[in-house]
Design a protein around this ligand. Structure first.
Ligand code: AMP
Ligand code: ZN
Length: 114
């Protein structure tokens, strides 16, 4: 999608620190990490936000969770636990409107989230 920051990252037009990539999914380091591990998992196809997931596009979301499980077996900091967050809408803190899943690990994570 034109003028989408994360579509440009997928296309290689904006640099990123790649962690993992396959046909459907791109994983990279958050530019402003809030934990020792702070990755962003995004579908390569543009979906704006979580409330736009439907029967036609949900396969990639399921795949993202498979990738998270795979990473959890490879990333030492995830062995003690991790958190996955998708902010949906400005009130929830979404600032980039290409759906993404924050993967946080490597420090104690308090609950409830703010
Ligand atoms: P959210 O606020 O939930 O929409 O999350 C957007 C995330 O994207 C934030 O944690 C930002 O730090 C991160 N971010 C913004 N621009 C970039 C970029 N160019 N490369 C990597 N992460 C970014
Ligand atoms: Zn996009």
């Amino acid at each position: 999608m034109a003028d989408c920051l994360f579509c440009k990252i997928v296309a290689g037009e904006i640099p990123s620190k790649k962690i993992y990539e396959d046909d459907l999914v791109y994983v990279f380091e958050d530019i402003n990490p809030t934990a020792p591990v702070h990755y962003l998992l995004i579908p390569k196809t543009h979906i704006s936000r979580l409330d736009e997931v439907n029967a036609d596009n949900s396969a990639v979301i399921a795949h993202i969770y498979e990738v998270i499980a795979k990473l959890s077996k490879e990333v030492d900091a995830m062995k003690d636990g991790f958190r996955v967050v998708s902010n949906c809408g400005e009130s929830a803190g979404q600032s980039v409107f290409h759906i993404h899943f924050h993967l946080l690990a490597g420090r104690p994570l308090t609950w409830p989230a703010g």
